[in-house]
Design a binder for this molecule. Structure first.
Ligand SMILES: [Zn+2]
Length: 285
């Protein structure tokens, strides 16, 4: 059985400082080891541990960070070096599987948690002068103790675009993909360009065609390790598909009933493809 945390996304409020008094058996700990999240299994379900569970299971917590409130209870991100293999009540799960285990809202908080833990680990020292950094008290940032340089959590914007032509969409294969796996065109935004310019550039670079009618679809944090995926739809304008830079080895136009591999519908790429398929099904009725 899967425990579903039925709370709206608005129930999570990011905050800097935990309340002085809190109910420790009701708070939520997002504890990671090697980018896998610790869950408590028992009574047929999987759930996040509370501080009480952390204590009773003697889980060695490191790098604790307060995240905010979820459903009125405090949330913390933390790491452990324990593998806890002796403890039958503890499992470590891949965070990409979390939406199907404890719901998309909690999975999103877990993504925030792992993103911030990685950032914390990567900013222990100043990149400019090499001195140590300290947390700021008034914002989620760190400051170099020597030169005062500020470090904010790094977010790397990336675009993904679904291009439509004659009721088909463009899907492409990277040489690194498993057999029969195709995806949409995606890539990182470069310094000095707008996200719309990044869409146009990535499409030309990867498949050599020109597009028109770029339209915003939605966005999704993608903490592997620090991306924000910004999704668009677009129409084909002109050009023949060709591959230039080695990132793509195959690409083609697929109608809704020919799509070779459907990305999971919890990812923004899956939502884009679902959006196309449901639109085509309505047209075909
Ligand atoms: Zn410095």
């Amino acid at each position: 059985m899967i425990r579903e945390y039925k709370l709206s996304e608005l129930d999570f409020f990011p905050l800097l400082n935990p309340p002085e008094k809190q109910e420790t058996c009701s708070n939520h700990y997002f504890v990671f080891k090697d980018r896998k999240i610790l869950l408590i299994s028992g009574e047929g379900d999987l759930r996040l541990p509370s501080a009480c569970n952390i204590t009773s299971f003697k889980i060695d917590i490191q790098r604790k960070q307060y995240l905010g409130e979820f459903g009125g209870f405090s949330c913390f991100a933390a790491e452990t070096i324990d593998d806890l293999t002796e403890n039958k009540s503890v499992v470590f799960e891949d965070i990409r599987k979390l939406p199907g285990i404890i719901g998309e809202t909690v999975a999103a908080i877990a993504g925030r948690a792992v993103h911030l833990l990685e950032w914390d680990k990567n900013t222990l020292y100043c990149g400019h002068c090499g001195s140590g950094t300290l947390w700021k008290s008034d914002e989620r940032a760190k400051e170099c103790t020597e030169c005062g340089l500020l470090f904010f959590p790094k977010i790397s914007p990336a675009i993904i675009v679904m291009i439509e032509k004659d009721n088909k969409i463009l899907m492409a294969r990277s040489p690194h993909f498993p057999p029969n796996r195709y995806g949409l065109i995606a890539g990182f935004v470069e310094p000095g360009e707008s996200i719309e310019e990044a869409v146009v550039r990535e499409v030309i670079e990867e498949v050599g065609i020109r597009i028109r009618g770029i339209s915003y679809f939605g966005s999704q944090p993608w903490p592997y390790p620090d991306s924000l995926m910004i999704a668009f739809t677009a129409k084909y304008l002109e050009g023949e598909i060709r591959f230039n830079d080695g990132e793509i080895e195959e690409a083609d136009w697929f109608s809704y009933d020919e799509i070779p591999h459907l990305p999971g519908n919890t990812s923004i790429s899956g939502k884009l493809v679902e959006h196309f398929i449901s639109g085509q099904r309505i047209r075909s009725i």
